[in-house]
Design a binder for this molecule. Structure first.
Ligand code: ASP
Length: 331
């Protein structure tokens, strides 16, 4: 008989642990109320899937997630992953910033063991709450040997998405998470896990990026500036630099389209040693800048990373170097 896997659950809060006054309420609830023990107890028969252990890191709405908590979380995940009696790790998290935490862990935790993040769109008190099934399927994936070497995964609503591609695309629907362009890494139907993509271990080297956070107490400050008609003519760039930003991400309207009124200032910023990454607000596609342009203005293309993930990669890159060419290679 197959050995029952050991899965460690780290709870951080979110709607999945949220409580509302009415069973019909899906907004206006309080996130981060149930404990990890209550979450485990809310899923009937979960102990049949795996031997479970749990810890509570924090119990917050993920809009209030902080980089200092990320550093603690990454260390706890790494410690759990090093244990011989842990086969996989599940992290419960609010959905608002779940994709950012997933990507941060992807870049900072070195392990082959499955790390799965999950959340819920309906609070635990709601009729047809989605949390218990999401926890069930996350434990199922974390316990499954086929999930090894696939990096950090997000399991929600029967789908498995990779940390680098996943993003929250809907503020109400149960299918709130998608990987635009690439689609999900896998789907779960009852006891079956169907992988639709290769494992990360088999794919490009960019997926193997790793940054040690051992000696870090904080991350370098990187600010995102959003592009729109009539947008920033330098006010926010100036403010960011005054506030000590070590890097900037510009969420352009399209593929690298920096408005003329901002281009000079961003070029000067880059030349002064504060790298500027150009991402897009489009929600899909791969940002590519021409070599000629990059040589003139020093901008770094975000590639497939959305602005919030480009920010994380730039922050971690800045812990090693602020050489623009070196950083571009990491993107
Ligand atoms: N505001 C909540 C959070 O991110 C939303 C959710 O979990 O779905 O914690």
């Amino acid at each position: 008989m197959k050995r029952k896997a050991n899965v460690h659950i780290i709870a951080t809060g979110g709607t999945i642990a949220g409580r509302a006054d009415s069973a019909a309420a899906t907004v206006g609830y309080k996130a981060g109320e149930l404990t990890v023990e209550q979450l485990i107890a809310s899923v009937p028969g979960l102990d049949k899937l795996a031997n479970l252990s749990g810890e509570q890191l924090c119990n917050i709405d993920s809009k209030d997630m902080q980089e200092t908590i990320w550093l603690q979380l990454a260390r706890r995940v790494e410690t759990a992953a090093e244990r011989n009696d842990v086969d996989g790790i599940v992290i419960t998290h609010g959905t608002d910033t779940l994709e950012e935490t997933a990507y941060f862990l992807k870049l900072t935790v070195k392990t082959d063991k499955p790390i799965v993040l999950t959340g819920a769109m309906r609070p635990a008190t709601a009729i047809s709450a989605d949390g218990p099934m999401n926890i069930w399927q996350s434990v199922q994936v974390a316990a499954d040997a086929s999930a090894k070497g696939r990096g950090v995964l997000v399991v929600m609503n029967g789908q498995i998405n990779g940390a680098e591609t996943v993003t929250k695309v809907n503020v109400n629907a149960l299918e709130a998470f998608q990987s635009p362009g690439s689609g999900p890494a896998g789907v779960i139907v009852d006891e079956n896990i169907f992988w639709l993509t290769q494992s990360i271990a088999d794919v490009v080297s960019a997926n193997k990026l790793y940054f040690s956070i051992k000696n870090l107490t904080q991350l370098p400050k990187v600010i995102i500036i959003y592009g729109y008609v009539g947008g920033d003519d330098g006010l926010f760039v100036k403010a960011a630099l005054q506030d000590g930003a070590r890097g900037l991400v510009y969420a352009a309207c399209g593929n690298g389209s920096v408005p003329e009124k901002l281009a000079d200032m961003l070029e000067e910023t880059s030349a002064s040693g504060v790298p500027v990454v150009i991402a897009t607000r489009c929600g899909g596609g791969i940002v590519v800048l021409s070599e000629k342009m990059t040589a003139i203005n020093g901008f770094i293309a975000s590639g497939p990373l959305n602005p919030q993930k480009a920010k994380i990669l730039l922050q971690l890159a800045l812990t090693k170097t602020n050489n623009v060419k070196e950083i571009q290679k990491l993107f």
